[in-house]
Design a protein around this ligand. Sequence first.
Ligand SMILES: Cc1ncc(COP(=O)(O)O)c(C=O)c1O
Length: 447
Amino acid sequence: MTTDSDEIDPGRIARLHADELSRFRSQRPRSIELIERARAHMPNGVPMSWMVTDNDQAIYVAHGIGASIVDVDGHSYLDFNTSDVAMFCGHAVPEIVDAVRRQVGRSTQFLLPTEDSIAVAEELADRYPVGFWQFTLSATQANTEAIRLARAVTGRDVVVLFQGHYHGHFEEGLVDLTGGGPQPVARGLSKAVTGRTRIVPFNDLERLRAALATDDVAIVLTEPAMTNQVHFVEPSPEWHPTLRELTRHHGTLLALDETHTHVVGRGGATGLWQLEPDIVTIGKSIAGGIPLGAYGVTASLAEELHSSRNIATGGTLFGNPLSAAAARATLTQVLTPAAYLHAATLGNELADGIQRAIDAHGLPWTAIRFGPRSGQWYGPAPSTSTEALALAVTNFDLTRLIRIWLANRGIWEALPGAGPNVPIPATGEDIQHYLSAYGELLDALTT
Ligand SMILES: Cc1ncc(COP(=O)(O)O)c(C=O)c1O
């Protein structure tokens, strides 16, 4: 596929990027000073070294409130990264702050349950077509345990994932399809991991059939729609019905990871498309930014989780009362049908505005539209994750420019590979602010 953004002079992109980055840095002396100080004891001067890799320039944050974050130099940003969807509910949300404050005063872990955990499991069981829930501290760990459960039940080893996926940093999750075969995407993994991980292009039914045909696959783990590394790829109409039929036929479990896609509504994309998974995994924003991961399973799989069956699950702080209190408040008071509708309405406005700006500037790009999430393809929407990856990689310089351009105009854009995600506390004015900065960028790129 050709990328029509090639029509924009790469020299112009590079010049604009250099100007914006220099302006950004010169206006953030305190952040730069803190990063320099931090380098003495933290690689790259940040708590996770890739905070720098993913951003041209990391900033240190002072606080967040509602839809915004404020850095230590006093710059305020509309938070459309939402910490990669973890802060979809917004910052310092009163209902969540109150619940957390109350629970901290009563202590935060007993290795025994509190009643809040029942309310959270009930709420999740009401949202997703799997009735039995277990808790971890992150979506990564929920996916890890889903895989362990599937291996225990099927007696098989192989995990199938889709190209351009991200489900967390467990071993199989860091294998992707490059150069025709599965390869680790980062250093530090066991060499054996590629032998037990099979990667298929999303929406490629033929390759999916071949991947499952050998009857050695324990589990297919996928997002209902791809939202990572590939910006966004929607399932083709036949994709999910065939995936379900094939997994059932071959005795493979099907897990849907709703960690990002749950933002489209109360039952996530599983509810939207009436999907029938064996396992649902989720994390990030379900506890409003307090660490919590969860996985829900069918009644028959739940039987396997009885303690006597000894499946490798669990951690000392998993499912703790603080996470449970935060999740109860988040799910019952913040992630309400009205809140999902509000975010989706603004997401649509954002997508409409992005498409209008694209058309007005004569660019052959396409706005992405998925509930509160938007962004753009630098060409027509791709139909498989292979096409999507090619587009995303080719346009990395443009993506970097968009992020720094928006940051200088008070908007913290989504990470490269993702799209802006409207947080629940955002307003129509925030969308207009984004669109005005976006329109100015397209002016600068095209005139
Ligand atoms: C779909 C999906 N699942 C799981 C994860 C892992 O989440 P965490 O890093 O919070 O464990 C991510 C992170 O981006 C994700 O996008």
